[in-house]
Design a protein around this ligand. Structure first.
Ligand code: RTP
Ligand code: MG
Length: 145
């Protein structure tokens, strides 16, 4: 039987070091699953500087780049591949606005994040922003997948 059903998408989610440190990994995975997405891969990673500089290549040269990399090096990161129709914009909706102070209640950043008065935006999660970013980032964080 042939089917015209569109292929499901995949996105890379990272629970950043602040989320892992605060014990929010389970809550964030719960929200992804409760929305109906599938967890295709989950791995606790201690990333290298090289991996992070590659991951955040688009932000090289910006004032927050070095503090961001230092923050991401501050502890383990939970790397997740989430799968489902529309998961790339869908997870970004679940995550909320980049600034947790501005993020809407109901979102991960709006419900669980805040401004800690630190020099970098600690906002609990990363989510790929396009099909191209997702493919690139999944290959970086899950080289064998
Ligand atoms: P993400 O990539 O982590 O999913 O977040 P995003 O798309 O909402 O934000 P993006 O613009 O890609 O920035 C990546 C991360 O850098 C930190 N950031 N700090 N002005 C600042 O202090 C600033 N701007 C960005 C945040 O951790 C942001 O998630
Ligand atoms: Mg981004």
């Amino acid at each position: 039987m042939t089917t015209n059903a569109p292929a499901v998408s995949r996105t890379l989610v990272l629970v950043k070091p602040d989320g892992v440190r605060r014990g929010l990994s389970g809550e964030i995975l719960r929200r992804i699953e409760a929305k109906g997405y599938t967890l295709a891969a989950v791995q606790l990673v201690t990333p290298s500087r090289e991996l992070l500089e590659e991951h955040y290549a688009e932000h090289q040269g910006k004032p927050f780049f070095e503090p961001l990399v230092e923050f991401m090096l501050s502890g383990p990161v939970l790397a997740v591949v989430a799968e489902g129709h529309g998961v790339i914009p869908g997870f970004r909706s679940l995550a909320g606005a980049t600034d947790p102070t501005a993020a809407a209640p109901g979102t991960v950043r709006g419900d669980l994040g805040r401004d800690w008065g630190l020099k970098v935006t600690q906002n609990l999660v990363h989510g790929s922003d396009s099909e191209e970013s997702a493919a690139r980032e999944i290959a970086l964080w899950f080289p064998a997948a």
